[in-house]
Design a protein around this ligand. Sequence first.
Ligand SMILES: Cc1ncc(C[n+]2csc(CCOP(=O)(O)OP(=O)(O)O)c2C)c(N)n1
Length: 469
Amino acid sequence: MPVELKMPALSPTMEEGMLAKWLVKEGDQVASGDILAEIETDKATMEFEAVDEGVIAKILVPEGSDAVKVGTVIALIVQQGESVETSAPNAPAETAEGEAEEEEAGEAPAEEASEKQATTAVSPKDEAPASLRVEPEVPEGTEMIRITVREALRDAMAEEMRADDRVFVMGEEVAEYQGAYKVTQGLLEEFGAERVIDTPITEYGFAGVGTGAAMGGLKPIVEFMTFNFAMQAIDHIVNSAAKTNYMSGGQMRCPIVFRGPNGAASRVAAQHSQNYAPWYASVPGLIVISPYSAADAKGLLKAAIRSEDPVVFLENELLYGQSFDVPKLDDYVLPIGKARVVREGVDVTLVSYSIGVGIALDAAAQLAGQGIEAEVIDLRTLRPLDRQAILESLAKTNRMVVVEEAWPVCSIASEIIAIAMEEGFDSLDAPVLRVTNKDVPLPYAANLEKLALIKVEDVVEAAKKVCYR
Ligand SMILES: Cc1ncc(C[n+]2csc(CCOP(=O)(O)OP(=O)(O)O)c2C)c(N)n1
């Protein structure tokens, strides 16, 4: 199979760039780490490195090409002795079609293109697994609409803003640019600049303004461009918002939602690829939600906006473009603190949240082929954690693996293992295992990034291990 080289995203906001110069030609042998080309953006000129070794079979975008969209296939690499024609004649054409379709559907922001680049360990898929169960609380016969997680989040905010004029959104690029990841699309147009507010690049400032507004009776939604930048604002989240109810003896509440993408994205390096779920989930006074599907994103964001207490709502960039069925109901709100069994099984429980749920479901499908029926639980809310759902499933399967796209130390997985030991010891037929990212800052190089992130195969292996297979 030829390897497609795609126009890289050299920053989280890069949408296109100039392919300034090719440093290799067709027929050249390349090794991982070789510099293949120079890419220019309005900000910088960067070198484009080979990740795989092989022979440059075809250069599809000539040097000097301007405005090449992130994700465009620019060249093909094959292995020695392989030719593009014999191995995959349609590869480039299919990619081009796929991109054209996305453009038509009006959703190809830079980040989405970079999603498609994820080579990968955490591999985004366009469609959610069919096994996702519909919420039991949805009335029978409810019509479903298929929308992306991005659209579901936008719909949740728009519906709550229509229903309650205290709700407003603020953050970097949320208004005119409609969100760095296009999650606030259409909100400025519908609600105007008083309720959809572009802020300066001052996370500490606007998280504080939001927290004060919440204490004063408004219902802010503060978008962080990514949760990596919320590090600047963490004092307001942990020390102001989370403590208000407690330090005022219940006389003041702080109904605010801090939301934005969290976790590893694709090729944006260590400072932009971290999962903060365990950090926030350790703080009493905060509610922490991290959905996987579009239906959960919608139902839980609506619940978060209605909450009287501060909510940290952790989304995932790689899920924004994925489509799922969402109930077509006037007011689809889900309960905070309730996990969901997304696949039933009897042999082993896989517990996960956010993007890890997709990995767990893929692993469950592979395990089924090997005679192991895995139950998959999507935690959805990380604080308060649905201990009952975890323990009930453990009592049924007696074996558990936690799948978490995060570091292993002091993780949500660690907490679940403690719960299993303290409260589910008699149910256990094997030690609970955790499948997490490697305990390192996420590398930038694609081959190392892939090695550092959780993979379906690791989950399959861990599940077999706890089943003594
Ligand atoms: C604390 C923090 N918040 C947000 C970002 C995301 N970010 C990266 S570049 C950028 C825009 C920078 O604009 P400007 O300061 O005008 O510099 P320019 O790159 O346009 O020269 C933003 C918001 C970041 N890197 N760090």
